[in-house]
Design a binder for this molecule. Structure first.
Ligand SMILES: [Zn+2]
Length: 232
C-alpha cells in the first residue's frame, strides 16, 4: 500500500527534479573547467525585448561580438522583427520555452506541445535554432527528449550575475562578471525581465555592464566567441 502511495512521487522525481538538478549541476561544473584559450561566450535569456534587445545588439555590434539569444517563444512571436535583426547581425538563436514555465511544473504532454509549437513558429519564420536552455536551468526528461529530437544542443552556463534584479547597478554587475570570469566561460545575461520573473527595466543595467565589461576583457586579450568555437 505504501509503495502504491509512493509510486507517483517516485515517478515525478524521476521525470523532473532528479534529472533536472543532476544535469544542471554536472553541466555547470563541466563548463566551469578552464580551457587553454582566453575565450568567452555571451548568452542572453528571456527576450526578445522591445527595447533592450536592440540596445544590447548595438553594444555587441560596436565591439564586433557575436552572442547566443535564448528566446521565449511568445515574446519572439510579438517581436519577430527583432529576431530577424538578431540573425542578420550574425548572432545565433536558442529556444528558452514558449512561456518561461519551470520545467519541474510542466507535464510531458504540455512539454511536447511547447516544443512542437515553437518548432512550427521557427520553421515558418526560417529561424535556425541551435540551442536549448530550460528556464531556470531545470529540464524534465520530456524537454531533454524533444531538445534532442529537434537537434538543439542543450547549453547551460558557468557565470551568472543576477542581472534580472534591477537593484544591481551596471557597475556592480560588471564587477561580478570580472570576479567570476574564466577561460571558456559561458556567461548568462538577460535582455529582458518582463513576464519571466525578472524586473522590467533590469536589462538597462545589463546594457551598462556590457558597455564596460566587453572592452575591458578585449583589452586584456579575451575573445568573445560562439559556443562551438570554444575548445574544451
Ligand atoms: Zn530565463
Amino acid at each position: 500500500m505504501a509503495i502504491l502511495l509512493l509510486l507517483p512521487l517516485l515517478i515525478y522525481l524521476i521525470y523532473g527534479p532528479l534529472p533536472a538538478l543532476l544535469r544542471k549541476y554536472w553541466t555547470r561544473e563541466k563548463l566551469r573547467q578552464e580551457t587553454d584559450k582566453p575565450q568567452l561566450v555571451l548568452t542572453f535569456d528571456d527576450g526578445p525585448d522591445s527595447r533592450y534587445t536592440q540596445e544590447i545588439l548595438a553594444v555587441l555590434a560596436r565591439y564586433q561580438v557575436k552572442a547566443v539569444f535564448f528566446l521565449v517563444g511568445n515574446k519572439a512571436l510579438k517581436q519577430h522583427k527583432i529576431v530577424t535583426q538578431i540573425l542578420a547581425e550574425g548572432h545565433q538563436l536558442g529556444f528558452h520555452s514558449m512561456q518561461h514555465k519551470n520545467g519541474l511544473l510542466v507535464g510531458p504532454f504540455s512539454q511536447k506541445k511547447d516544443f512542437f509549437h515553437w518548432q512550427a513558429i521557427a520553421q515558418s519564420y526560417h529561424w535556425p535554432i541551435s540551442y536549448y536552455r530550460p528556464p531556470w536551468g531545470l529540464a524534465n526528461i520530456s524537454a531533454m527528449y524533444y531538445a534532442h529530437k529537434f537537434h538543439y544542443s542543450v547549453l547551460y552556463w558557468s557565470v551568472i550575475v543576477g542581472d534580472w534584479d534591477k537593484r544591481h547597478s551596471g557597475e556592480e554587475l560588471c564587477n561580478r562578471l570580472l570576479s567570476q570570469v574564466h577561460n571558456g566561460a559561458v556567461i548568462c545575461l538577460h535582455d529582458s525581465g518582463e513576464g519571466t520573473g525578472g524586473d522590467t527595466d533590469a536589462a538597462a543595467n545589463t546594457v551598462a555592464a556590457l558597455e564596460k565589461f566587453i572592452p575591458m576583457m578585449q583589452r586584456v586579450g579575451y575573445e568573445f566567441v560562439l559556443p562551438k568555437e570554444v575548445i574544451r
